[in-house]
Design a protein around this ligand. Sequence first.
Ligand SMILES: Cc1cc2nc3c(=O)[nH]c(=O)nc-3n(C[C@H](O)[C@H](O)[C@H](O)COP(=O)(O)OP(=O)(O)OC[C@H]3O[C@@H](n4cnc5c(N)ncnc54)[C@H](O)[C@@H]3O)c2cc1C
Length: 301
Amino acid sequence: MRSFLTSRPLRNTALAAGGSAITFIVWTLLRKDKREATSLSINHFTEATLLQSEQSGGCTKLITLKLPPECTTRQKTGTVWSVYIRDDDIQVERPYTPLEGIDKDGRMTFWVKKYPNGEVARWLHSKFPGDKIGLRGPHTTWDWKDQDAKHIIMISGGTGFTPFYQLLYSHFLKKESQIPHTTKLSLLHSSLNDGELPPQTLRNNLEHWRRESDSLTTRLFVDNMGGSSTAADTVGRINRESIEFELRKSNIPLSKTLFLVCGPEPMINTIAGPRALDRTQGPVGGVLGALGCKSHQVWKL
Ligand SMILES: Cc1cc2nc3c(=O)[nH]c(=O)nc-3n(C[C@H](O)[C@H](O)[C@H](O)COP(=O)(O)OP(=O)(O)OC[C@H]3O[C@@H](n4cnc5c(N)ncnc54)[C@H](O)[C@@H]3O)c2cc1C
């Protein structure tokens, strides 16, 4: 009996089938590559280009990245969302919050604080315009779930300001947030000193939204005054008294108030109690626990 490959018609058919299979695999891979390059997804990294990186006080920088042209978001974003940025040197990723989401040209701006022994932020601070940065997302940080809250009090420290700025930007400027416009919003933010306060451009926007709307109140705190005056409203830390003051001013009962807290761990612990060991929310403690808040009223971002 002649072997399979010595039969010319069979051999030709086999070669043609093999060729088609290879073409199909290469085509599929190329298509996948193209799709991955032009979509932002939580499932793969997309290469963005660093456009601008400018010092903005303390150990922080405002960093703008640009996604490839026609990059689309395949997944729904939450009310507050972030993207994971990958440090290519050590293949470690951390979440960061695009302050104003993604603009029509695919730009995203981040306010990033560098820690002396930290990995990813230090790596990101060392990058220059033109450098490529891998990111994936969106990842929902917090979502509005149609709670019957009439007042949201946001409490932040340091770069914990970023999710709340994003929320306010989408609420007041883009008018895209699902939060009803009748809901009162209060931001209590604290930084170590004036130099560490959020960049002036962001503070200007806050001020503008505050003046334009009766639903927003803001109060900036600094731990230390530094010079003879301060850009903050209050010198001192956010505490029980400042939270009670906000509650009284709003005239909305505590039971209709939702608290979002984001900042350094010691601040979260003091205001809302520590997270659980597995990094889930944990019970409500700290000032909010002492005030009698229930777990559905407090979210540690
Ligand atoms: C949803 C979300 C959104 C966020 N958005 C932002 C944002 O917009 N902007 C922003 O700046 N941050 C943001 N963060 C925080 C960010 O993800 C990182 O946690 C932060 O940048 C620190 O990461 P890192 O890799 O630079 O530092 P890490 O390596 O994680 O180090 C963090 C801290 O640990 C200390 N440390 C590191 N190694 C050691 C060691 N060996 N011994 C003792 N201490 C050590 C560092 O000094 C530093 O204080 C966000 C976090 C979350 C969860």
